[in-house]
Structures are given as C-alpha cells and as structure tokens.
Design a protein. Structure first.
Length: 316
C-alpha cells in the first residue's frame, strides 16, 4: 500500500472549510488505493487521546465545527468520507454495483486511512452512518480494534429500520435523474435543489433555528463538486449492509468503553435504538437529550462536549 499526504497549499486558495470554523487545524488530503483521496482536517495536538470523527450520509466534516472547539484538548482528525464533502468521488466502475459506496467499501478506505496515520491508540466518534461505520470498523478489523480505546455513537446506525424518505428517494429513480447534468442544472435553476437541501437539514434538527448557516453554505459548496450526485445516489442505494438483520448480534463482542448519545426527537434513526445499544454493548453509557433531533453535536454542542470529556476521563 502506497499512501501520499498532500498538504493544503495556501497559494491555491482552495480550502474546503473556512479557517475560522476549525482554528488551528491543518487541511490535508491522503491518497489511498486506486488513487482515491480523503480530504481531512487535523488539529495535530499531541496531548489527549486522538479522536477520529466520522460524519453521516450526505454530510461532511463541517458537521463537527461546533463540537471541535469544545473538545480541543484532544488531537482531532476529521475526514470527509469517500464520495462526500471534498474527498474523491470516483465511479468505481470496476466494482460490482452493490459494492459502490456501500458501508463495507467505506470502511475499507477508512481502515486504510487510519492505518496510514499510524495512530497507536484513538477514539472513534460517529454520527448516523458514521456511527455505523465505527461499529463495522471495530468488528471487521480486529487489529485495528486493539487500538480503539473507545467508541462514541451519536444517533448511530446499526439496527434494521425503515430508511428515511429522502434516502429512499436518492437511492431510487429521483437519485438516478440527479446524476444527469441537464436535470441538475434545472434543479439548481428552479430552486428545487436549495429547497430539498434545506428540507433534509430540517429533518435532522428539532429546533430549526439551530441549523447553522455555515452548514448550509458548506453543503451547497459540496454539491458543486464533480461526481457528488452519483456518489450520493450509490451511497443511498447501497446503504443497507447485507448482514444488517444479524449484525447487531455481534455488539456483545465490543469490549471497549462506549458512549451513546441521542436526541429524543430524532426523526432519522429511532431514538429507542439508544437503549438497544446500551443493552447490547457490554461496557456502555447512555445519555439522551430532550428537545433534540438527529444532530446533538450541533443542537447541544456544549452538553455533548461535557459528556465526552467526562467519559474520556475514565479512559485515562
């Protein structure tokens, strides 16, 4: 495996996230297998157990900007998943259709990415799909699991459930249509793309007034990157792993400490999943937030940070 780290060049003025949202973070790209690149932010701090933060589907590293400044005592590594944000968005034409942008493909690249960083120990923190990927990384890569000090699951995927409507739509014929240039142009011109973006964000928040303008701007910028609608369509099409019916039976194998955080008004993933995780994962702690949707790290970043910091103290 050959990996190449590419540091951000200020002269090119192509930073994907405004400097003031992640002050002190370096922006890099890591070239992995098949030339696929992962864009990521790195706080580079030496103190505190490193935390790798994994976002959900149709999201990006921007989602962590409110939380990052409040857990700054740790080295924070914040990637865009392949096909999301400003990471590569290849067609993966040589892979079978059912593998393209599937969770198992994502963890292949994440395992390669984390291994390339040569972390001796770290915490995996994931929201939504990112939480599901954290679980799969732990359970599919035993050597990597030995280095994982803990898991933080925020509104995490992991159990069978009916997919939210917007994911079903992007995985179906509407998503296929959006891979066509003229259709995308019409959607932009008519304002439908902006409207659907705002509606998707509103589903994730209990209090719509807490939707950050920075998140809207970053999402809109990412939607202008080449190949993103193909990646989103395939991600939605293949989001349900083939082993989803029985995967949760393996949660008893998780031996590291696990923190489970959930919004009580989550409309994306059933809030009762929080109690299921707490029951199935042996060494777990659960907290739920009232008047909160699918993104506690954005609606209640101070309280989420306090919970994480108190929990990490036990890991020391």
């Amino acid at each position: 495996m050959t990996v190449q780290l590419k540091q951000f060049d200020e002269a090119n003025n192509k930073r994907s996230v405004a400097t003031d949202l992640f002050p002190g973070f370096a922006e890099n790209r890591l070239s992995l297998s098949e030339g696929t690149e992962i864009a990521f932010l790195d706080s580079k701090l030496a103190s505190g157990t490193p935390i790798v933060l994994l976002h959900g589907i149709f999201d990006g590293k921007i989602t962590w900007f409110r939380l990052a400044e409040k857990i700054a005592g740790h080295r924070l590594i914040v990637p865009d998943l392949v096909g999301h944000g400003f990471s590569s968005k290849p067609a993966f034409a040589t892979r079978p259709l059912h593998q393209r942008y599937s969770p198992d493909m994502q963890i292949e690249y994440l395992q390669e990415f984390i291994s390339a960083l040569q972390l001796h120990e770290f915490i995996l923190l994931g929201n939504s799909l990112g939480g599901g990927l954290a679980l799969r990384l732990y359970l599919h890569y035993p050597e990597l699991a030995k280095k994982i000090r803990g898991l933080v699951l925020i509104g995490s995927a992991g159990y069978p459930q009916k997919l939210p409507g917007h994911i079903r739509e992007l995985g179906g014929w509407k998503g296929r249509l959006m891979t066509r240039g003229p259709v995308r142009a019409l959607a932009r011109w008519s304002g439908l793309l902006h409207l659907s973006t705002r509606q998707t964000l509103q589903r994730c928040f209990h209090d719509h007034d807490k939707i950050p303008s920075e998140l809207i701007d970053s999402t809109s910028a990412a939607l202008k990157t080449t190949g993103i609608f193909r990646a989103y369509h395939l991600s939605a099409l293949n989001i349900v792993p083939p082993d989803i019916a029985n995967f949760h039976r393996r949660f008893t194998e998780i031996s590291c400490r696990t923190l489970i955080l959930w919004g009580q008004q989550d409309r994306i993933i059933d809030p009762t999943s929080a109690a299921r995780f707490a029951k199935d994962i042996p060494d777990s702690t659960m907290h739920t937030f009232p008047a909160c949707g699918h993104a506690p790290h954005l609606e209640y970043p101070d309280e989420v940070a306090r919970r994480i910091e108190a929990w990490t103290q036990v890991l020391q």
